[in-house]
Write a protein that binds this ligand. Structure first.
Ligand code: 13P
Ligand code: SF4
Length: 298
């Protein structure tokens, strides 16, 4: 099946991108795996005619925003992100009207229509640099409350929160982390900034999914507790076969990221189904917000 998928991709000049949370067999067959920031950059750089995005809708939309001339395919059309759905363009317009002149920073985990209403995007990997890059002392951040609180803890700026969250990261609590730490007293605890602040203060490090892989590789620690979606355990173990990784909680499981299978991926390539497009009146302002983020170095 994997050979057939790779052959189909070659014939169609297609590139398969996979987020770090998707099932192991999909990560194995993908040309590139990574976090949200890496995948948006790769999507923009590729000269493939077709991008198959193994992830959730906002990721495929970001690829379509960056590459309107390419065919962007989302294998599972209803793979969504509950956090992205926690901010609508209508609600954001209303909030912006209450905060005139305050720039809007929007997490890439958002719809194209919400990005289009934002001044700049951010990811879990660059949120602090993005906040610091703005010359306003006041900022509105959407949709992730926890990511905004994390940025606020590293900045003197006044950050207005949006009450969105990732249900699977937000559910991680102090008791569960304390139990994991007790069970693995020598483990280094790395948490994703989508976790609540009371959990982040218990962490030895806070970073994005690919940041966790890099950190585990470079660290002198042998054992880790991983505070993010459990799909990340697979690429971590691949990158560091001699190290031990424990999930902070086995309940950190995003069903939308697991909807894809090799059969669905093969059929997507065969039929070129699941095309994602973004209308130009949304794409142009959304592109501006994504490009502004990508121009930030570091
Ligand atoms: P990153 O891969 O950017 O850390 O994002 C995590 C996530 O929740 C993606 O949906
Ligand atoms: Fe959205 Fe959370 Fe799933 Fe990421 S893990 S896609 S933020 S619901």
């Amino acid at each position: 099946m994997k050979d057939t998928i790779r052959k189909l991709a070659r014939e169609k000049n297609a590139i398969i991108l996979a987020h770090n949370y998707v099932p192991a067999d999909i990560q194995d067959v993908a040309h590139l795996c990574g976090d949200s920031l890496e995948l948006s950059i790769k999507a923009a750089e590729t000269d493939a005619d077709i991008i198959v995005f193994c992830g959730v809708r906002f990721m495929a939309e970001t690829a379509a925003i960056l590459s309107p001339e390419k065919t962007v395919l989302l294998p599972v059309e209803d793979a969504g992100c509950p956090m992205a759905d926690m901010v609508t363009p209508e609600a954001l317009k209303k909030r912006k009207a209450q905060l005139p002149g305050v720039p809007v920073v929007t997490y890439v985990n958002s719809t194209a229509a919400v990005k289009a209403l934002s001044d700049i995007c951010c990811t879990s990997a660059n949120v602090i640099r993005v906040v610091e890059s703005l010359d306003s002392e006041e900022i509105l951040m959407t949709p992730d409350r926890n990511l905004a609180l994390y940025a606020a803890s590293h900045s003197s700026k006044r950050i207005h929160l949006w009450e969105g969250f990732c249900p699977f990261h937000n559910n991680l609590d102090r008791k569960t982390v304390a139990e994991a730490k007790k069970a693995h007293p020598n483990a280094f605890f790395i948490a994703h900034p989508e976790c609540p602040p009371e959990v982040l203060i218990m962490a030895d490090a806070v970073t994005s999914t690919s940041g966790m892989i890099r950190m585990a590789k470079e660290s002198s620690h042998r054992e880790f507790i991983i505070g993010t979606e459990t799909g990340l355990l697979y690429p971590l173990q691949q990158a560091c076969p001699d190290k031990i990784f424990h999930p902070a909680s086995p309940e950190m499981y995003c069903p939308d990221m697991k909807k894809i299978s090799l059969e669905i991926l093969k059929s997507t390539l065969e039929k070129e189904s699941g095309r994602v497009t973004v209308p130009e009146d949304i794409r142009i302002p959304a592109l501006k917000a994504v490009r502004k983020m990508m121009a930030i170095k570091g």
